[in-house]
Design a protein around this ligand. Structure first.
Ligand SMILES: *Cc1c(COP(=O)(O)O)cnc(C)c1O
Length: 456
């Protein structure tokens, strides 16, 4: 650093000192939330900018406060989902209901997850979530919540069929997201997958013959909902009631993996299986999801006959896949609280969506175009949800994605489409502001480029 001219004070001496900045009330409050080290990093970064002459020494305090305001505790950024895909795997599947968010807050500290406050004794873990599940699905005698759907299937296969055969229709050997194959998951439990039937047609006689085959040692029969594809044309499958009859003739448990999380039939998705119907049809244990269509946190929910659920709960693997207190709290609140956003988005009428879309398209200078929504990950495969979207310039898609809040739409036919199905009405102003900011960014970049062009 060059010596400052004699008489003139070195401006760096006016940079606020670290201890003074750390003592500001806002900074003290932020260090409780973010931690001391993160706050010190922010302070040092602002001082360094002043030392390099990028900002005036007098601007350091403001720079620190701005950085602290923008700081978030995790690198996950909130997104406005304008894709029209309700259970979007890449966007965290289900947004939680206000009740579930509040429950997460309450459960974040110490909580009575395994403690009876009245007696002072240890209690069964997650009794509230279990009671809420049984109230929502009276056809189940018992319930167990684990980490996710895959964990539920792993636990059921391990506890009921390790070292033995699992009968499984060849038409139902699902590969789920990121290349995970359910048959490989079941095999990793030490069970042998025994495929029955063909890709398009599986008959009751296929299961019967496999059960009766003296060379086989069947531990369980598995029915898996083809949640992300449909087989059409010359097809047949064996429904749960008939399959339960066959399994029970041979004293075998029937596991039904529904993939999604409907506990009861959903009028908006008549073809989607639900836990109550599967249990009434005779399944011994049903695997459903906490987030996919239940609209709660990530979880795998096992519902079924008391002896079977107890057997699963006692298995050593149950401990390795158990749900944490946050998921248990959020499931209970999702079931007890208002209709979760996932079901709201599913049940939105095309007319209501059209009115919102027209109004916002007018404000944003876009066009209303027909756009089908989708259920997304793990449900309603191929079922279009008729609706609408706002069509804007395609070049807005990238700055919208990287804006704050991030807005994720789809690019189709040379336009950036924003579908309001999964955008809460109370976030519309944020969406309008985000589009304004994205346009502003494009304008200023355009101006920069033009300026460079004239210099050259
Ligand atoms: C999604 C899905 C799973 C896995 O559930 P995760 O909660 O994602 O682990 C299992 N089976 C089926 C049929 C599914 O659709």
């Amino acid at each position: 650093m060059p010596q400052s001219p004699s008489g003139a004070e070195d401006p760096r001496r006016r940079i606020p000192r670290t201890d003074r900045l750390l003592a500001l009330p806002e900074v003290v409050a932020a260090s409780h939330a973010m931690g001391e080290r993160a706050v010190r990093d922010v302070v040092r970064a602002a001082q360094d900018r002043a030392r390099r002459g990028e900002i005036a020494p007098e601007a350091v305090t403001a720079a620190v406060l701005t950085s602290l305001g923008e700081h978030s505790a995790s690198s996950l950024r909130p997104v406005l989902n304008a894709t029209g895909v309700i259970v979007h795997t890449n966007l965290g599947r289900a947004p939680l209901s206000p009740a579930a968010r509040e429950a997460l807050q309450d459960a974040a500290g110490y909580t009575d997850v395994e403690f009876d406050l009245a007696t002072g004794d240890r209690s069964r873990r997650g009794v509230g979530a279990r009671a809420a599940l049984l109230a929502a699905c009276p056809a189940a005698e018992d319930a167990l919540v684990v980490n996710n759907g895959a964990a539920a299937l792993l636990l059921a296969a391990t506890a009921l069929a390790a070292g033995r055969d699992v009968l499984w229709s060849r038409g139902e050997l699902v590969e789920i997201g990121a290349g995970f194959r359910l048959a490989e998951l079941v095999a990793s439990a030490g069970a042998r997958v025994r495929e029955v039937g063909t890709t398009n047609r599986t008959h009751a006689s296929d299961y019967r013959e496999a059960c009766a085959d003296p060379a086989s040692d069947v531990g369980a029969v598995l029915k898996v909902h083809t949640s992300n594809y449909r087989i059409e044309g010359f097809t047949s499958e064996v429904e749960i009631d008939e399959l339960a009859g066959i399994a029970h003739e041979h004293a075998l448990p029937l596991i039904a993996d529904l993939g999604s999380g409907l506990l009861r039939p959903e009028p908006a998705l008549p073809a989607e299986p639900d836990a109550a119907s599967a249990l009434e049809a005779g399944a011994d244990v049903v695997i459903t999801s906490g987030d996919k269509l239940l609209g709660g946190p990530q979880a795998g929910i096992l519902l079924g006959r008391r002896e079977v659920i107890e057997r699963l709960a006692r298995h050593p693997l149950a401990r390795a896949v158990r749900a944490d207190k946050l998921a248990l709290a959020a499931i209970e609140a999702t079931l007890a609280g208002p209709v979760p956003p996932v079901l709201d988005a599913l049940r939105t009428s095309p007319d209501a969506l059209r009115a919102r879309t027209d109004a916002l398209a007018g404000r944003l200078g876009g066009r209303t175009v027909a756009h089908d929504g989708r259920v997304g990950g793990g449900g309603g495969a191929g079922v279009p949800l008729p609706g609408w979207a706002i069509a804007l310039d395609q070049e807005l898609a990238a700055p919208l994605r990287t804006g704050d809040p991030a807005v994720v739409g789809t690019v189709q036919g040379g336009a950036c489409l924003l579908d309001l199905r999964c955008v809460p009405a109370e976030r519309e102003e944020d969406l309008v502001a985000a589009v304004g900011a994205a346009r502003e960014l494009l304008r200023s970049r355009g101006a920069e480029r033009r300026a460079e062009g004239t210099v050259r």
